[in-house]
Ligand binder design. Structure first.
Ligand code: NAD
Ligand code: UDP
Length: 332
């Protein structure tokens, strides 16, 4: 069956994915192509890589544009997923002014594009809008507990302002918006050096290095496997126009960082030891999504539990770490 004979061709869309070369964006681009859509991946390659999208480069319906979303973009598409923004604390704190610009000016530019074309636009917002939450688990109606002037604020407040812009474009210009709040997501294509806890622990365990626990390791996070998240993002885009969110997307399974380290050690068979490092400022003490709304409005739920998702992620990192180590040995 040729590509154009597929049943999906009837509903083929031109989809813009900003941040499409990043961890989540590259999975989303792949799923959209699988469903028969045309994909325009826009990325400035700050944290994304060509390796993440390498398998897609030869696809006839895939196009890549190196572009920074803080500058206006004029293209013709049918819907937009706005993911452009560094997501790991190490990356977003590297150039905090650019992080705020990416979230805020990037949102204005993408909303302007959506307004000109009168098309739906989905914003990848974050559980960070809840800050260090005093309501647990976090429900969408909770307004959050965010430090406006701390080291995480460039990201947290940038994303909060982007949500404000999305809702104002909706109210003021009747724009079709979709806002999702993503909770800690992990899986293949995470950058091995991005400093996030899942990639850090796995890479450290695979190399037999000490596993760095920040603080006492009792802080909690809820980890969502990337395939579940991408399914939720696409369900949100496909939902009725009057459902705009915000909606939490995440896995409600809650783990301390010590429990995560234990699982990684067990699954890798590593002999790594735990070492304790200072807790970064404003590090949230607990995080767990209430996904009642996503379940009822999107008929979405998670299907991959932590152990299973970690195993696939560990398989991915085994190859990545072996490649990096082989390259560095060859250059000696
Ligand atoms: P990532 O860093 O892997 O991907 C972000 C992508 O955006 C990268 O490809 C990067 O090069 C690109 N980018 C950054 N600034 C840009 C700019 N100015 N112009 C164009 N491209 C730019 O991170 P990710 O984990 O894939 O996150 C994707 C989105 O999901 C982000 O918006 C993030 O805030 C959101 N999110 C992710 C998580 C998570 O746990 N991974 C949680 C909450 C929210
Ligand atoms: N963390 C840790 N060791 C690491 C990296 C992170 O203990 O090597 C902790 C971090 O302090 C935080 C949690 O893991 O409490 C999640 O951190 P991550 O950077 O992955 O995401 P975020 O804090 O944005 O949820």
């Amino acid at each position: 069956m040729s590509f154009y004979d597929r049943p999906q061709y009837a509903v083929k869309k031109r989809v813009l994915v900003t941040g499409g070369a990043g961890f989540i964006g590259s999975h989303l681009c792949a799923r959209l192509l699988e469903q028969g859509h045309q994909v325009l991946c826009v990325d400035n390659f700050f944290t994304g890589t060509r390796t993440n999208i390498a398998p897609l480069l030869g696809h006839p319906e895939f196009e890549v544009l190196r572009h920074d979303v803080t500058f206006p973009l004029f293209v013709e598409v049918d819907e937009i997923y706005n993911l452009a923004c560094p997501a790991s604390p190490v990356h977003y704190q590297f150039d905090p002014v650019q992080t705020t610009k990416t979230s805020v000016v990037g949102a204005i530019n993408m909303l302007g594009l959506a307004k000109r074309l009168r098309i739906p636009i989905l914003q990848a917002s974050t559980s960070e809008v809840y800050g260090d939450p005093t309501v647990h688990p976090q429900v969408e109606s909770y307004w959050g507990n965010v430090n406006p002037i701390g080291p995480r604020s460039c990201y947290d407040e940038g994303k909060r302002c982007a949500e404000t812009l999305f809702f104002d474009y909706h109210r003021q210009h009747n724009l079709a918006i979709k806002v999702i709040r993503i909770f800690n997501t992990y899986g293949p294509h995470m950058h091995p050096h991005d400093g996030r806890v899942v990639s850090n622990f796995i890479v450290q365990a695979l190399r037999g290095q000490d596993i760095t626990i920040y603080g006492d390791g009792q802080q909690t996070r809820s980890f969502c496997y990337v395939d579940d998240l991408v399914r939720g993002m696409m369900a949100m885009m496909a939902s009725p126009a009057d459902f705009v969110g915000p909606v939490n997307l995440g896995n409600p399974g809650e783990f301390t960082m010590l429990e995560l380290a234990q699982q990684v050690i067990e699954l890798t068979g590593s002999s790594s030891k735990l070492v304790y490092r200072p807790l970064p400022q404003d590090d949230p003490r607990q995080r767990k999504p209430d996904i009642t709304l996503a379940k009822s409005a999107l008929d979405w739920d998670v299907s991959v539990q932590l152990r299973q998702g970690l195993s696939s992620t560990i398989d991915y990192f085994r190859t990545v770490v072996a490649e990096i180590d082989a390259r560095s040995e060859a250059s000696l």
